[in-house]
Design a protein around this ligand. Structure first.
Ligand SMILES: [Zn+2]
Length: 501
């Protein structure tokens, strides 16, 4: 692939204006790790290597690493990344690291921070203090904000801030959470990996400046340049032997880089375009080399990283289904004053993300949520996505819609009902279906049977007495399938799904 000379020219005017930041080329990458911090990351890897000579990587077992996600908004709560995007980001990250036997899980709930400075200027002193205040001591802290300062037209998508002055966190912009390499790259830094072009961050390769073959020392005037024969690979560049030479070539995409650029030994170099720690943009997928993966595991086992390696395991239960929505029924009309959203529990899910168009999003551990701030005569769409701290690669339920009116009948569950049960469930066709009710006061109700799509099949009236009572629902007309039994009174609505077979 031809180097993109236009981008190279732009860089000549911009990189030096902001030497602290490594830069983003080609629009899809990445990273604002600054020069001093990059040196600290490499030092950490070298120190781990020196101190952990006997390190043998565990294989065949996944290490689970807690991540605290901080979702940053402006002072009024606006412009925050969506929870669904945060879940997708964790899914993408785990997809990348699964082959390396590391999986990341959510530590606690999302942390919502309303702080305009942190949203758009995370390298400022104010933002720094706020992050120190908000970070937790038992997880990798990842702040998702909107903007990171950079130079000219080049954007920094994310950066890692190593542990100085109480720092040790990753900042990623919300538009970058779907980049398959962005958070995986920053996690690499967190676990001691440098850029393969270490030494070149402030000055991408330029033949007229650096010659061909290149000299022995990188533009930082300190670091030895990598060589194809690996003769100095333990110290050169990133200090990793199986990452080939990379002098920060400005490439438009991931295509094979064949520019005939030679190392110090006059051997033509062949960089690894799809290395996740490099800067080649637009690769279909990115990788760590085996030596990089070993360095990550060594870091994970180091004393400095004790705090994110608790040795405990989150729930591994898979989430195999999507929530079955119960109330408000699809296509129904309900009173607006108090609307109860409910759905059936999903095995494996410990939390649910409820999204209601034009209203907002809610995370609950219980499969239900009451809202009292809806408007009259409005049609709302809603859906629910289950997840757990580890299992975030989930999808939403189908979408239901309903319309509000000024009816006093709310969809709140009936407060006087202590418990109720529809049995048997599943039920054989033509058998008797019984509602067992236990209420601490009597109430009149309509018992309605709906199809799953909200079509009303029958209505029966009954008065449930105080205490325990039963009511028999006729199911003679019901074909094999699933239905909703709905108990509706002036005090609320309760729904239960049944299966007829
Ligand atoms: Zn980086």
């Amino acid at each position: 692939m031809k180097r993109n000379l236009l981008i190279a020219t732009v860089l000549a005017f911009t990189v030096f204006a902001f030497p602290a930041m490594a830069q983003n080329f080609g629009g899809s990458h990445v990273c604002g790790l600054n020069g001093a911090d990059a040196a600290m990351v490499k030092e950490q890897m070298m120190a781990n290597r020196a101190e952990m000579r006997d390190f043998v990587r565990k294989r065949g077992a996944i290490t689970y690493v807690p991540v605290r996600l901080h979702l940053v908004a402006d002072n009024n709560g606006g412009n925050r990344v969506s929870e669904r995007a945060a879940l997708d980001m964790m899914c993408i990250l785990n997809d990348f690291y699964l082959v390396h036997e590391i999986q990341f899980y959510l530590s606690g709930s999302f942390n919502y921070i309303d702080h305009s400075v942190l949203l758009d200027n995370p390298t400022s002193g104010d933002a720094y203090s706020k992050m120190v205040e908000e970070k937790v001591d038992n997880a990798i802290n990842v702040f998702i904000n909107r903007f990171i300062q950079s130079s000219g037209s080049l954007s920094v998508l994310a950066y890692y801030q190593p542990p100085v002055d109480q720092a040790d966190w990753i900042v990623i912009t919300k538009n970058s959470v779907y980049g398959s390499n962005v958070l995986a790259h920053e996690m690499g830094h967190f676990f001691s990996l440098s850029h393969p072009f270490f030494g070149w961050a402030s000055e991408p390769y330029n033949e007229s400046l650096h010659g061909n073959p290149v000299g022995n020392i990188a533009p930082d005037n300190v670091t030895e340049n990598d060589r194809m024969d690996q003769s100095n690979c333990m110290i050169a560049a990133d200090g990793i032997c199986d990452t080939p030479p990379d002098f920060l070539f400005v490439a438009p995409d991931c295509g094979e880089f064949t520019e005939g650029i030679m190392d110090f030994n006059s051997e033509v170099i062949d960089p690894m375009e799809d290395n996740v720690m490099g800067y080649f943009p637009n690769c279909a997928s990115y990788k760590l080399t085996p030596d990089q993966a070993d360095a990550v595991h060594m870091s994970l086992e180091s004393d400095a990283r004790d705090y994110v390696n608790p040795g405990s395991t989150p729930s591994l239960e898979e989430i195999a289904s999507v929530p079955f929505l119960l109330t408000p029924l699809n296509g129904s009309t309900v009173g607006y004053t108090s609307v109860y959203f409910s759905w059936q529990e999903v095995p494996g899910a410990t939390r649910y993300l409820l999204e209601i168009d034009d209203v907002g999003t809610f995370v609950t551990s219980f499969p239900g949520k009451t809202l009292t701030n809806l408007e009259e005569n409005v049609t709302y769409n809603w859906k629910v996505r289950p997840f757990s701290s580890l299992k975030t690669c989930t999808i939403f339920s189908q979408q239901f819609s309903f319309t509000t009116n000024d009816s006093p009948i709310s969809t709140t569950e009936i407060a006087s009902v202590e418990n109720w049960l529809v049995r048997p469930n599943p039920i054989a066709k033509n058998n008797k279906l019984v509602i067992e009710m236990n209420s601490n006061e009597a109430f009149d109700a309509e018992i309605k049977v709906y199809t799953l799509t909200g079509q009303l099949l029958s209505t029966t009236n009954n008065t449930f007495v105080q205490g325990a009572s039963t009511f028999e629902v006729t199911t003679n007309d019901l074909n094999t399938g699933m239905y909703i039994i709905s108990v509706q009174s002036g005090k609320g609505v309760m729904n239960q799904k049944i299966v007829v077979r």
